[in-house]
Design a protein around this ligand. Structure first.
Ligand SMILES: *[C@@H]1O[C@H](CO)[C@@H](O)[C@H](O)[C@H]1NC(C)=O
Ligand SMILES: *[C@@H]1O[C@H](CO)[C@@H](O)[C@H](O)[C@H]1NC(C)=O
Length: 260
């Protein structure tokens, strides 16, 4: 009779050992100071993304959202399918708390997924490669307008400014930096322009009451530049429209007075 020995699971002791070392290294690695990896190229499965985010336990909301959406699976797929690696821009719990109340609750499942994937870049970025990246930088998120992007600008040594067109924040803290995974800490949630920007009339989500009246044909003031910051575009055209009305009223008054 064939007997399975209890030793069977230890027949290849190097595997659990490598895993243990990888986890230990993940905990010991601090900021940019990279500890030499025990295994040169860990398989994606061995990279415990949520374990990395458990450090300091200040990313619980982001971690929950990663798991609640397709984002987590997309990260693993990206690591499996590509050698480009992946970069996570992880907002802290405080960053999520600083959002306007109800921001997350108002999102549809699809939009929530887009928001989370917006914090995933399908490439491994160090501070140096951020500095040389050409804008706009692709994220893993996409909406009706195609791939959502961020702009990244180097603002100093180990310091980059990332902006979405709606919000911007400076990144100085690398939580984990070891190819193929980079994780940076963010003090603000990155709000994609497509979901939260002034042009995002396609979704009811943030619906600012601004564009009440449709611009009439012939009023040149109706044009608004796409890249203007947040509300300034609509404010601008509103001001121009007011000036336009002032002009019309003034003109009519002048004519009336002239006729008197
Ligand atoms: C991002 O950078 C591109 C290219 O430099 C620029 O055209 C665009 O206006 C920038 N967008 C934002 C939101 O800063
Ligand atoms: C505005 O004018 C353009 C041509 O000048 C015309 O094609 C378009 O239908 C007009 N739109 C409205 C709402 O009148």
């Amino acid at each position: 009779m064939h007997v399975v020995t209890p030793m069977a699971s230890f027949q290849n002791p190097s595997l659990p050992l490598a895993f243990f070392l990888a986890i230990t290294a993940a905990f010991l690695t601090n900021a940019a100071a990279a500890v030499a990896a025990p295994a040169p190229s860990p398989s994606p499965a061995a990279i415990d993304i949520t374990g990395i985010l458990d450090k300091g336990s200040q990313y619980t909301t982001f971690k929950r959202l990663l798991k609640a959406t397709e984002a987590y699976q997309e990260i693993l797929t990206q690591l499996d399918d590509s050698s480009d690696g992946v970069t996570l821009l992880a907002p802290t719990d405080d960053a999520f708390k600083a959002l306007k109340p109800g921001t997350l609750n108002k999102l549809t499942a699809q939009d929530e997924s887009e928001l989370v994937l917006y914090h995933v870049l399908p490439q491994y970025y160090t501070f140096d490669s951020f500095a040389t990246a050409s804008n706009p930088v692709r994220t893993q998120a996409s909406g009706y307008d195609g791939v959502d992007t961020v702009n990244v600008t180097s603002t100093g040594v180990n310091q980059v400014y990332v902006s979405t067109g709606v919000v911007g924040t400076t990144i100085t803290n690398a939580v984990y930096l070891k190819y193929p995974v980079a994780v940076y800490s963010l003090e603000k949630v990155l709000l994609p322009n497509e979901l939260f920007g002034p042009e995002s009339s396609r979704r009811p989500l943030n619906s600012p009451p601004a564009p009440a009246a449709k611009p009439k044909n012939g009023t040149a003031a109706a044009q608004s530049s796409e890249n203007d910051q947040s509300n300034s575009a609509s404010e601008n055209s509103l001001v121009k429209r007011r000036i336009g009305w002032g002009f019309v009223v003034g003109f009519v008054l002048a004519r009336a007075m002239g006729l008197l």
